[in-house]
Design a protein around this ligand. Structure first.
Ligand code: IPD
Ligand code: CA
Ligand code: CA
Ligand code: CA
Length: 268
């Protein structure tokens, strides 16, 4: 157990250094108006040269320090490795914010050991905020331990959400949202799943849900939220998946869950 904790801390330290360096590179190189290189699953789903450059930098640093590890990255795909450690990388989470110069985008790096995330860092670059967590070691921002909000009823909950980009989902997402809005305090669509989950961890919102997020969006930040006391799961006892990422303190989690289940479309 001690050995596992030490290993998680060591991986977190490496991940944090890499996320800081990638963030600095992105800040230095971000042009006033970044260009869209390509769109992927839909017109919202854009990629810029710096998404790719940041992932290349992150992969190079991982390979220097730990050449046998596997890496899964949004832009570079799945690179197999040996030894049970896999890095899960989103070089820019919130590329649309990055494109427009809005302040919430982040470098997200999670590290799995034998299929389980044990360390995670989310570097919100424009805000200069580095969120970190290791399994069993708590979630941290600027030397302060994070705790999610507790005891908030659904009617008073500020709920962050996102609209996963895959084509054909938008109408359903809007229909679900129309049912949620009257039941909660208000909604935020921040534009970065990783930042949204860190906001749950820091008590800046009470909950987050999204249909259509990918593993690299929430891998690191999911641990940060969990270590801050939040519950993170899918619907009906299932784990998080592109189907649903739902995150809130216990209590609010169940209330939001019960609101979302009957709205679950299975038809996009
Ligand atoms: C996206 C952001 C967005 C979420 C999408 C993600 P990207 O990631 O996290 O908030 O709604 O589902 O794909 O493409 O900017 O890395
Ligand atoms: Ca993307
Ligand atoms: Ca992402
Ligand atoms: Ca991305």
């Amino acid at each position: 157990y001690r050995h596992d904790r030490a290993r998680a801390e060591e991986l977190l330290e490496l991940a944090t250094g890499i996320a800081e360096e990638a963030g600095q590179m992105l800040l230095a190189k971000r042009p006033a108006r970044p260009e869209v290189l390509a769109t992927k699953s839909s017109p919202t789903d854009v990629v810029t040269a710096l998404d790719r450059a940041a992932e290349e930098l992150i992969r190079a640093r991982i390979a220097e320090a730990r050449p046998h590890d596997a890496v899964l990255g949004e832009e570079g795909g799945d690179t197999p490795g040996e030894g049970g450690v896999r890095w899960v990388v989103d070089p820019i989470d919130g590329t649309v914010n990055f494109l427009y110069g809005l302040p919430d985008w982040a470098v997200s790096i999670g590290v799995e050991v034998d299929g389980e995330i044990v360390a995670g860092v989310v570097h919100n670059v424009p805000r200069g905020e580095l969120f970190t967590a290791s399994k069993g070691g708590g979630a941290w921002l600027r030397g302060e331990r994070l705790r999610c909000n507790t005891g908030v009823p659904l009617a008073k909950a500020l709920v962050a959400t996102g609209f996963g980009y895959a084509a054909g989902r938008r109408r359903v997402q809007a229909e679900v949202l129309a049912q949620v809005v009257p039941q909660v305090r208000d909604i935020r669509r921040g534009g970065s799943c990783a930042v949204d989950l860190c906001s749950v961890a820091a008590g800046r919102v009470d909950a987050y849900y999204e249909r259509g997020a990918n593993y690299w969006d929430h891998a690191a930040a999911g641990l940060i939220a969990a270590e801050a006391g939040a519950r993170i799961a899918g619907l009906n006892g299932r784990p998080v998946s592109p189907e649903m990422v739902l995150c809130a303190a216990p209590g609010l989690f169940e209330e939001l869950h019960d609101l979302l289940v009957p709205l679950d479309p299975e038809r996009d």
